[in-house]
Ligand binder design. Structure first.
Ligand SMILES: *Cc1c(COP(=O)(O)O)cnc(C)c1O
Length: 412
């Protein structure tokens, strides 16, 4: 049996058992997101630093804190346990004391979303499902396609007509059945929910499936364990739907609760200035459901985020803050992160680095601050976005003089 104790509504606090509904019946599916709570006293008995040292170097090492029975929690795998990369030149350029990058772009499908998708697939198998589905334009879909292919499960993906070719190619390569819905993202999302009910597919949509965020939590569990004796002051992460930062914060808090670490860190939630409903809700306490605006960082382009309340609570409880950054600052962060660390981040991932600039500006961070920035996706995920930030090559005729002209023209 897993150590899941109960599910609690993030809005009204109503409690549900594990076999019950996915959303709160009183608050409805829009606001009544449920939070999975574990028996941390029992988890603490076996989840110890000494015990962890001998376990798989993947996110399955945290089995006590995953919503999976033992038979469905793999003993080894290739998701997670991504490196924490020391970034002294980038730290100096940003004017902070220390920066470490948690490079989740190295996950098998290239993003942080491999964490929740892999947990979702195992949970679906545990519940006896044969097929799994989601609606997404990006990393959630490709990671689900990968996890389903790896587990031998069939997978249905609903994408809006705007889905970029690169992402489509990745999905099709993993053998998913892809529906390109000639409508908006909201229509694709609703159609996916309907199809799940109609055909009995397991629904991976994070907003209504409370178990997915438990996979995202492993990012926080890892940061805590990897920084156990050397904690950061802040953990910076970009925010779209809000599920990732909430999961990260829960992961760090649970590692403290079970006694693997004795510290907590402040969460720095970073949103694009053009689409910042969670940062706004942090101030006003409510969500503007009219949601408009846009950003170049497509993975966090969520005008009506579904997990806004979790995302606000998580940052507030950590003593942290939200900041917003312009698309121009995000592009600068893509360039600076690549050039000064060798980590190629997709725009939504470099947004956490851009948030450090905003944190400095707001007086939240100073020249001594130590930050871990989550790099949530690989730059190859969004070639057009990357090229927009980094510009083009030097086009020359095949002559040495042309090379000299470029070399001498370079400053520094
Ligand atoms: C999904 C995603 C995020 C944001 O996660 P949310 O749970 O939507 O807040 C950030 N970066 C990348 C690369 C993502 O794919």
């Amino acid at each position: 049996m897993s150590l899941v104790g109960k599910l609690v509504c993030v809005q009204c606090g109503a409690e549900y058992s594990e076999d019950g509904a996915w959303t709160c019946s009183k608050c409805g599916p829009d606001e009544g997101i449920l939070d999975v709570q574990f028996d941390l006293v029992r988890a603490a008995k076996t989840l110890t630093r000494a015990g962890l040292a001998t376990r798989t170097r993947s996110h399955w090492r945290y089995r006590e804190l995953l919503p999976l029975d033992e038979a469905f929690c793999p003993s080894d795998g290739d998701v997670g346990w991504t490196p924490l990369i020391e970034a002294p030149r980038l730290a100096a350029a940003l004017g902070i004391g220390r920066l470490r990058l948690k490079d989740d772009g190295r996950n098998p499908s290239g993003s942080f979303k491999d964490r929740p998708s892999s947990v979702g697939v195992m949970r679906a198998l545990q519940e006896g499902a044969k097929s799994i589905a989601c609606a997404s334009t990006g990393n959630a879909a490709s990671s689900l396609g990968r996890a389903a292919a790896a587990a031998g499960m069939s997978c249905y993906i609903f994408v809006p007509k705007s889905c970029p070719d690169g992402k489509l190619a990745q999905l099709l390569a993993y053998g998913a059945c892809v529906f390109k819905v000639m409508g908006t993202y909201a229509e694709a999302y609703e159609l996916c929910n309907q199809a799940c009910r109609e055909f009995g597919w397991y629904n991976r949509n994070c907003a209504i499936n409370p178990y997915l965020v438990e996979g995202k939590k492993t990012g926080g569990l890892e940061v805590a364990e990897q920084c156990a004796d050397d904690p950061p002051d802040w953990v910076a992460a970009s925010v779209g739907d809000g599920c990732s930062i909430a999961g990260m914060a829960t992961g760090i808090a649970e590692m403290k609760a079970v006694g693997v670490v004795s510290w907590s860190a402040k969460m720095l939630g970073v949103q694009a200035a053009g689409v910042a409903p969670v940062a706004e809700a942090m101030k006003t306490g409510r969500l503007d459901r009219a949601g408009s605006g846009t950003t170049y960082a497509d993975s966090i382009n969520c005008p009506v985020p579904r997990n806004w309340r979790k995302a606000v609570n998580a940052v507030r409880e950590s003593g942290g803050a939200y900041v917003t950054v312009s698309d121009e600052e995000i592009m600068e962060a893509v360039r600076a992160t690549g050039r000064l660390t060798g980590v190629f981040a997709e725009p939504a991932a470099a947004t956490s680095v851009a948030g450090i600039v905003a944190g400095r500006r707001a007086g939240l961070l100073d020249g001594k601050s130590s930050v871990v920035a989550m790099i949530t996706g690989n730059g190859l995920k969004d070639i057009a976005g990357a090229l927009k930030a980094v510009g083009g090559p030097n086009e020359i005729r095949p002559e040495l003089g042309e090379v000299r002209r470029v070399v001498e023209g370079r400053k520094g």
